[in-house]
Each structure stands twice: as structure tokens, then as C-alpha cells.
Design a protein around this ligand. Structure first.
Ligand SMILES: Nc1nc2c(c(=O)[nH]1)N[C@H]1C(S)=C(S)[C@@H](COP(=O)(O)O)O[C@H]1N2
Ligand SMILES: [Mo]
Length: 256
């Protein structure tokens, strides 16, 4: 699998690991045209689950925006919306829960209020997607993952973390050493605002030194395991160790 589609028209993004059944916020310009071509090619090249997701997205987008131009407007932030599912339940302070379990002494379930009550860390670093787009100087704020791991009491034989999401499909992984880095957050805020639904709110992972696919949105589970189990895109060809500029055949400037 080519980890770096050079142009969507030649290598539709839907065929690559960043295939986005619902991608919005594409900056106006050449990519808009190419992106539109890529959408046109989808029916031919997409795997059936992605195709279903795209059809669902196009259907719902058309309901709200008969001009079809919503997806072509700049979103002001340079981010693109990605989800591997066609819809994701909305969670808020009332019904959001994050579980920490697996090889730990003290499994725990956190509400949003619980997470907000813990010490918060703010970092400003670049975001880099493996398909090429980059958003410089993005503030993220939340609880260090290492703090949640320390609170849980990780067993000596543990070596990795598995992340699960309330979209019901996406997964990610880190080694325990990566997970303990000070620049890995369970993020509650992004761009100095509470994380909105589209960016994975109310809680997403933020792995600053790695390509953005590691930063699982709609985070609902942190399971301590013995070994790394590759995540959603990693099972589909992306590098498990996703250091920016040192993986996936790319040479981007490091983000931190
Ligand atoms: N649950 C979930 N998390 C996810 C993804 C996804 O599809 N589902 N996509 C990943 C990829 S490839 C990127 S580039 C970023 C996109 O984040 P954004 O939608 O906030 O721009 O989320 C990452 N986390
Ligand atoms: Mo991505």
C-alpha cells in the first residue's frame, strides 16, 4: 500500500489509509478539483465498507447542503475531518466515559468532570497528517496519559497500550514507553476550545511527535496489554511507530 498518495486523482485517498468517508474543510484550490475527482473515482476503487460510508456521507451532506459546496469551503483551521464510520454518536459531560483497564492494579472509569479535575497540560505543536497536510502551532490541552497510567498501576509485564473509540471501529496503539512520554495527552481541548465532536470530542488522544492517525478521536478505552496490537490504519499498511519524518516513507520536519 502506498502510504503517501501523491495526488488524489492518481491515487484516490479513499484507496489509502487516510481514506476518509467524510472529509470536509478541504482548502479551496487545486485540491478541491482533485478531491472531487477522487470522489468520482470512489465507486470504482473503494473497498465496500468505505464506499458505504461515503454514500452515507454524501447522502446526509446533500440533505443539509443542496449546493454540495459545504465540503469545499475553507474551515479556517486547515484541518480535515476524518472518520472511518459514517456516523459517530455524540457524547457529552453526562454520558461520556473513559475506561482504563487491562494489565493494571486499579482499573478505572473517568467521567469528563473527573478528567477536568486532574492536572492539565497545554502544548503547542504542529499537527501532521500522513497524507501531507500540516497545521502548525496547534494548542492541545488535557491530562498526560502517563498520569492515568500511574494512577492505574501498570503491571510489570505490560508493554503496550490499546486505544478504542466510541465510534465503534477505530483503534490505535502505542508501546508503553511511547505512551509514557510527556507529549502524549488525553486531550480535552484543542485550539483553546473544548474539543468539538468533529475533532473527536469530548476526548481524543494527542500523540504530538507522531502522524495524526495515532491521535485517536472519540477516545473511550485505554487497555494496557503485553504487546502492541496494530491499530485500524496500521492493519491496513501504516507504520506502527509513526514518528513524524521518520516513518511511512516520509521526510516531514519533526513536529516536536
Ligand atoms: N476515531 C478516529 N480517530 C481518528 C481517525 C478516524 O478516522 N477515527 N482518523 C485519524 C487521522 S488519519 C487523522 S489525520 C486525524 C484527523 O483529525 P481531525 O478529524 O480532527 O482533523 O484523526 C485521526 N484519528
Ligand atoms: Mo491522517
Amino acid at each position: 500500500m502506498n502510504p503517501e498518495p501523491s495526488e488524489p486523482a492518481e491515487t484516490p485517498e479513499a484507496a489509502g489509509p487516510d481514506a476518509a468517508p467524510a472529509e470536509r474543510g478541504t482548502p479551496v484550490g487545486r485540491r478541491v478539483f482533485l478531491g472531487t475527482l477522487a470522489l468520482g473515482a470512489l465507486g470504482v476503487v473503494a473497498a465496500p465498507p468505505l464506499q458505504r460510508g461515503m454514500e452515507a456521507f454524501l447522502g446526509s451532506a446533500a440533505d443539509k447542503d443542496p449546493t454540495g459546496l459545504t465540503g469545499l469551503l475553507p474551515n479556517g483551521g486547515g484541518f480535515r475531518y476524518y472518520s472511518v464510520t459514517s456516523s459517530v454518536p455524540h457524547k457529552n459531560a453526562t454520558n461520556y466515559r473513559l475506561t482504563v483497564d487491562g494489565l493494571v492494579d486499579r482499573p478505572a472509569t473517568y467521567t469528563l468532570a473527573d478528567l477536568r479535575a486532574l492536572p492539565q497540560t497545554r502544548m503547542v505543536k504542529d499537527v501532521q497528517c500522513v497524507t501531507g497536510w500540516r497545521v502548525p502551532g496547534t494548542p492541545f490541552e488535557g491530562v498526560r496519559l502517563s498520569a492515568l497510567l500511574d494512577a492505574a498501576g501498570v503491571h510489570a509485564e505490560a508493554g503496550a497500550i490499546r486505544f478504542t473509540c466510541f465510534d465503534g471501529a477505530y483503534t490505535e496503539s502505542l508501546t508503553l514507553a511511547q505512551a509514557r512520554r510527556a507529549d502524549v495527552l488525553v486531550a480535552l481541548r484543542m485550539q483553546d476550545k473544548d474539543l468539538g465532536h468533529d475533532h473527536g470530542g469530548p476526548v481524543r488522544l494527542y500523540v504530538a511527535p507522531m502522524y495524526f492517525y495515532k491521535s485517536a478521536k472519540w477516545l473511550s478505552g485505554i487497555t494496557v496489554t503485553e504487546k502492541v496490537k496494530p491499530g485500524y490504519w496500521e492493519e491496513r499498511g501504516y507504520d506502527v511507530d509513526a514518528w513524524v519524518g521518520r516513518s511511512n516513507g516520509r521526510d516531514d520536519e519533526p513536529t516536536s
